[in-house]
Design a protein around this ligand. Structure first.
Ligand SMILES: Nc1ncnc2c1ncn2[C@@H]1O[C@H](COP(=O)(O)OP(=O)(O)OP(=O)(O)O)[C@@H](O)[C@H]1O
Length: 324
């Protein structure tokens, strides 16, 4: 298992009280597997990712029952362990390459600094690796481009440079938070294809956060659907598209066209209502106010989790039967 997290909880103090943004998340990612984490804005996807990276603000309160990554047990001392692993065993790419790359430093400098420090590589060796990684992500003439600044590259190229930068420490797990959202559609497809190739070539495990189910269909092995700080359904991607069990997953699928899955021209009903506030304790199913199938049982706490075969579960009082 590349990543095994049990009962991750993240709370943030706010003026209105404690915001329980991540409320008991379990996440397992196998070696070489791509897991997509999907859900509406504000459901805790980014906080989950940043806690796995150990990059949350200091005010955040994080607890977990188990936290293992790349063969290391980080449960007891996550901060110290993650500081060691970050940029090496695990690396992250962000939504907006423009803000993540420093405009005043050459690409070569930005790519090499981390590994010169962490692996004590000479400048020459680090530059050779930077050239290798830029080549891998499809930047032409990489040796000459090390001397250039980020503004000399297009948006899509800058995202490729970000990915090259994440690969510099030869990570085993790559966390990508909405890596294609800021890009236009053609470039998005190219970046996704690149991630898929990297995954196959390097045996990377990828945790990809997206609200775009088109992205999921293109790249995911498995999908975890997050709602109000919990994973409410997890399934292999194909199964999830064909047989969504949680009413929320059904709503998401109905609200977003998926190329090759949603018939062209079909109506796309949005999910009525809004995500509940996460200040204070939330009991029972957090989706029940928006759920067409809600019943009195749905207030029961905790919400029952049904396992449906290997790697599949749904957390719902009355999950949908398979629609065969
Ligand atoms: N530093 C912070 N302080 C206070 N609240 C925060 C902070 N960061 C995030 N939140 C809140 O925590 C909740 C979860 O945020 P998070 O960014 O993880 O959601 P998300 O699912 O990634 O959404 P998006 O797709 O919009 O990024 C939201 O209600 C958000 O407003």
């Amino acid at each position: 298992m590349m990543l095994d997290i049990r009962d991750l909880r993240v709370s943030l103090p706010t003026e209105r009280g404690l915001l329980n943004a991540v409320r008991g998340v379990d996440l397992q990612i196998a070696r070489g597997q791509t897991l997509c984490l999907v859900g509406e804005s504000g459901c805790g996807k980014s906080l989950t990712a940043t806690s796995i990276m150990g990059l949350l603000t200091r005010q955040a309160q994080i607890t977990t029952d188990r936290f293992e990554m790349a063969g290391q047990d980080l449960t007891r001392k996550p901060a110290a362990g993650l500081a060691r692993m970050r940029g090496r065993d695990v690396a992250m790419i962000f939504q907006d390459p423009t803000s993540a790359l420093n405009p005043t430093l050459t690409v070569g400098r930005q790519l090499t600094e981390g590994v010169m420090r962490s692996e004590k590589l000479s400048r020459r060796a680090a530059e050779a690796r930077a050239v290798e990684m830029l080549e891998r992500v499809g930047i032409s003439n990489p040796a000459a481009r090390l001397a250039q600044y980020p503004h000399g590259f297009s948006g899509g190229q800058r995202q490729r440079i970000m990915i090259a930068s994440a690969l510099m420490g030869r990570p085993k797990l790559l966390i990508a938070d909405e890596p294609t959202t800021a890009l236009d559609v053609t470039i998005q497809a190219q970046i996704l294809q690149l991630l898929g190739e990297l995954q196959a070539d390097l045996g990377l495990s990828i945790l990809l956060i997206t609200h775009d189910l088109g992205v999921v269909a293109a790249i995911a092995d498995d999908v975890a659907v997050m709602y109000a700080g919990r994973i409410v359904e997890r399934a292999p991607a194909r199964d999830l598209f064909v047989r969504p069990r949680h009413p929320y997953t059904r709503g998401l699928l109905a609200a977003i066209p998926v190329p090759g899955v949603t018939p062209r021209g079909s109506a796309l009903p949005a999910i009525p209502g809004r995500v509940p506030g996460l200040i204070g304790t939330l009991r029972g199913c957090a989706f029940r106010d928006r759920c067409a199938q809600a019943a009195p049982d749905c207030a029961a706490d905790p919400v029952p989790r049904h396992g449906i075969g290997a790697g599949r579960f749904v957390e719902c009082v009355n999950p949908e039967e398979a629609s065969t």
